[in-house]
Write a protein that binds this ligand. Structure first.
Ligand code: GUN
Ligand code: ZN
Length: 424
């Protein structure tokens, strides 16, 4: 199952859904060669090729996680604070450990395994402030030629000294990482100031310089996640016309610029995200967990702003995209927007790819695209089996999978045409 084209409105999603009951997905040298009916395609399978039979399973494009922090895996589920206190109390001490290259290596391996066991084949990832954290992550991802975008966090104020860089060093370290990793295999670099409160104007000017010197890199940060954060930004940058204007002033908006959260946007900010072609990472488990608020997905469609789904580990509470969609549904319900299964799976695959500006490479089964996909088992628990047996339509089956599914529903994950994860 996949979506054959990107959508400008939610109404365009269902007609783009392609479900083939008895299908053939033909892979060659890490690319999709052909996708269609088994009966029509079986003649073209060379005799030497091994056919894997996944009857009873559903094959979907690999999930795209548009926002996640790899140095926060060990602190998921920290109790009782909202964003700014949560950062100081839990996040900064956790990220400090990534100064140790050996620790970063161990955790990179753990992190990539978690992505794969949850069916995620592409992610846009925050490292820590330490460049060696990003080296470790890219080294690990390169072992399986994963399509991964990541960057070293730039932060030069409003955090403990032991976690700060400065404008010049953040520029030099980011530049060295870009030279070392950007476009090496399938790896891509994202310029990554943590958020406006932890960057001086001088540092954001350096981020702008990087983006100008390397215009084909990505950009990621946080935007309007929490009310107190929004107010704080106004006091730190009184000369700017709101939170997004801080980034925009430094040229940090546009295609391949991804802003996490966007829960408390002004109308003019929605318009600016649209006009600049910027994207949003919607992080439902995180927004609920930190009590940040309810992201308005309906408005994003109305304003024609690209949206992908982010797990936002470690403020988010799961690496699993199915569970994340489940929470997205509930966020929608609280706003009278019952997210459909079509839309949910679209956002997790082709929609996420589009939000990252990668829909020409990944996100569906068009021939020539990269062969990243997931084999889902819709009946991986007794309850799922029961509920599946009582589902009639495809919509039902998909919806139940996102409501009840978790990592047990991920049967196999393929990256670059090869099995990268097998359950059990
Ligand atoms: N804003 C700035 N840093 C962070 C972070 O690490 N997590 C989340 N959720 N929001 C942030
Ligand atoms: Zn985040």
């Amino acid at each position: 199952m996949d979506f054959t084209r990107t959508a400008e409105t939610p109404q365009e999603i269902a007609p783009a859904l392609r479900f083939i009951e008895d299908g053939l997905l033909l892979i060659r040298h890490g690319k999709i060669e052909w996708f269609g009916e088994w009966e029509k395609g079986k003649e073209q399978v060379p005799e030497t090729v091994r056919v894997r039979d996944y009857r009873g399973k559903i094959i979907v494009p690999g999930f795209v996680d548009t926002h996640i922090h790899y140095p926060q895996s060990e602190m998921v589920g920290a109790y009782g604070e909202q964003l700014l206190d949560w950062l100081n109390k839990y996040t900064f001490p956790a990220e400090r450990r990534y100064e140790d290259r050996e620790y970063a290596r161990e955790m990179s391996a753990f992190f990539i395994k978690q992505l794969l066991r949850n069916g995620t084949t592409t992610a846009l990832v925050f490292g820590s402030v330490h460049p060696q954290s990003v080296d470790a992550l890219f080294e690990e991802a390169s072992l399986i030629n994963m399509r991964l975008i990541a960057g070293k966090v730039m932060m030069d104020r409003n955090a403990p000294d032991w976690l700060l860089d400065d404008a010049q060093s953040s520029y030099e370290q980011s530049r060295a990482l870009i030279e070392r990793w950007h476009k090496k295999g399938r790896l891509l670099y994202a310029i990554t100031p943590r958020f406006a409160p932890t960057s001086t104007p001088e540092q954001l000017a350096m981020a702008q310089r990087l983006r100008e010197e390397y215009p084909d890199t990505w950009f990621q940060t946080h935007l309007s996640e929490n009310q107190a954060e929004v107010e704080w930004v106004k006091t730190l940058y009184p000369e700017r016309d709101g939170y997004l204007d801080v980034y925009h002033h430094y040229g940090l908006t546009g295609h391949t610029c991804i802003f996490a959260h966007c829960v408390h946007l002004e109308d003019s900010e929605w318009d600016r995200l649209h006009h600049t072609g910027s994207s949003i990472a919607f992080c439902p488990t995180s927004n609920l967990y930190l009590g940040s608020g309810l992201f308005n997905l309906h408005k994003a469609w109305q304003k024609k702003v690209n949206v992908g789904i982010g797990t936002d580990i470690g403020a988010g509470t799961t690496f699993n995209m199915l569970q994340t969609l489940n929470e997205a549904y509930k966020v929608g319900q609280l706003q009278r927007y019952p997210l459909s299964a079509d839309e949910a799976f679209y956002l997790a695959t082709l929609g996420g790819a589009k939000a990252l500006g990668l829909d020409h490479l990944i996100g569906n089964f068009m021939p020539g695209k990269e062969a990243d996909f997931v084999v889902l088992e819709p009946t991986s628990t007794p309850l799922q089996q029961l509920r599946y047996d009582n589902s009639v339509t495809l919509f039902d089956k998909l919806f139940v999978m996102m409501t009840l599914g978790d990592d047990r529903a991920i049967y196999r994950t393929y990256v670059d045409g090869r099995v990268a994860y097998e359950r059990n």
